[in-house]
Write a protein that binds this ligand. Structure first.
Ligand SMILES: *Cc1c(COP(=O)(O)O)cnc(C)c1O
Length: 400
């Protein structure tokens, strides 16, 4: 059965514009479709498969865990939660973690922390400052926090309580909160992912940190996509030498097993009391084991250094091969989170790259997004560029 036949008879809700491929299995940074065709995976399931596919140390650990216990419930203590929380605290310098199952859930928890702080302070209408072009998820609260009208469309009324500002405009932020006395938090991605790989500037991060200290607001960062080593540091905000009060993690945290986490520093760690928040699946022993092993392997194999080195190499190769093309705008990002902006909508490149044996994505209409696994090598990066550059060149040469 071909993929298009599968679509014609599908009982799956029609929520995605999908590439006409179904993947059957993977090994390292390569995947094969159900027809046996091989692809170089430069997307990693959207920054999820941190260690690539079928990792020789992750898979046996998961198999062992499945044979012991998959789920036990938060009625009981879960030793894996203690282990993972201690590890995340060590890596971030923050103090406590809550575990859930996805990015939007981690962000939902962050937004609830801000609301609860506001309620505890007696605010009648607590506000959270969020950014234009942000993406925080698809629940009603997180889509309301999201700065993309396409994601709002059809779901009005949005949740209130958000003040929206442009990223990297500190004066604009100050103006937007001039007459606000009930701000509880500022919440933004350190590198906007779905918005087109737009990094927050180091100076801006420091200014927001200082402002949040001065006014006693929570500085909350969504590192669902840019966290967990992708940029060459554990967390992207660490490039600025600052610490947020709340950080949301998910995508790459457990190398493919669904998990989310909200990690809080002293200002936010004790806002939730028993009964304020919870989840059935969140923090289950399988997900905790997957995250603990993922972090262990990142450390043992020095994958942060790898992401930094291979990312810089990839960035340079992309510039060499694409920089001179009419229609090329710029390359943005850090480590293995890179975006190549073109001067026109380029969604067609997803299928064209797949036809050339390469999995990529296009976001914000014009940005080719590359999110390879942290095990990517320089040779993999060279191969990526060999496959991608001719596809982009041909695309830009075709009159639109
Ligand atoms: C993907 C993403 C989310 C949503 O994560 P889900 O697991 O799909 O709910 C939130 N924030 C950012 C920055 C993301 O990239």
């Amino acid at each position: 059965m071909s993929a298009s036949q599968a679509v014609a008879s599908s009982h799956v809700m029609n929520t995605y514009g999908r590439v006409n491929i179904a993947l059957s299995h993977g090994q390292g940074v390569r995947v094969w479709d159900t027809g046996g065709r091989e692809y170089l995976d430069a997307l990693s399931g959207i920054a999820v498969n941190t260690l690539g596919h079928n990792h020789p140390r992750l898979v046996p650990a998961l198999q062992e865990q499945i044979g012991k216990i998959i789920h036990s419930s938060n009625y009981y203590h879960v030793p894996g939660q203690e282990q993972l929380a201690a590890k995340l605290v060590e890596l971030s310098g923050l103090s406590n973690a809550f575990f859930c199952n996805s990015g939007l859930e981690a962000n939902e928890a962050a937004l609830k922390l801000a609301r609860k702080l506001g309620n505890d302070r007696g605010y009648r209408d607590p506000k959270v400052v969020v950014c234009e072009h942000a993406f925080h998820g698809r629940s009603i609260a997180t889509l309301s926090a999201t700065g993309n009208p396409k994601i709002h469309a059809g779901f009005y009324p949005l949740l209130g309580g958000f003040i929206r500002v442009p990223l990297n405009d500190f004066e604009g932020l100050l103006r937007a909160v001039e007459n606000e006395s009930e701000v509880a938090a500022v919440f933004f991605e350190v590198i906007q992912g779905e918005g087109g790989i737009h990094p927050a500037r180091m100076e801006y991060l420091k200014q927001v940190r200082a402002l949040c200290d001065e006014r006693d607001w929570l500085m909350m960062v969504d590192e669902v996509q840019c966290g967990m080593g992708r940029t060459g540091k554990w967390f992207a905000h660490q490039w600025a030498g600052i610490r947020p009060d709340v950080m949301a993690l998910a995508k790459g945290l457990a190398s493919g097993v669904p998990v989310g986490a909200v990690v809080a520093g002293p200002k936010a760690a004790n806002i939730f009391q028993p009964g304020n928040h919870g989840t059935t699946f969140g923090g289950n022993p399988l997900a905790m084991r997957a995250a603990v092993e993922t972090i262990r392997i990142i450390e043992e194999d020095r994958l942060l250094e790898n992401a930094q080195r291979v990312g810089a190499h990839l960035h340079q190769r992309l510039r060499e091969h694409l920089g001179h093309l009419p229609g090329f705008v710029e390359i943005r990002g850090e480590g293995l989170m890179l975006g190549v902006e073109l001067d026109r909508p380029c969604g067609a490149l997803i299928q064209q790259a797949a036809d050339a044996g390469l999995l990529i994505s296009v976001t914000a209409d014009r940005v080719v997004r590359l999110l390879p696994a942290l095990i990517f090598t320089e040779a993999d990066a060279d191969e990526l560029v060999q496959r991608l550059a001719p596809v982009i060149e041909a695309f830009l040469a075709t009159p639109n």
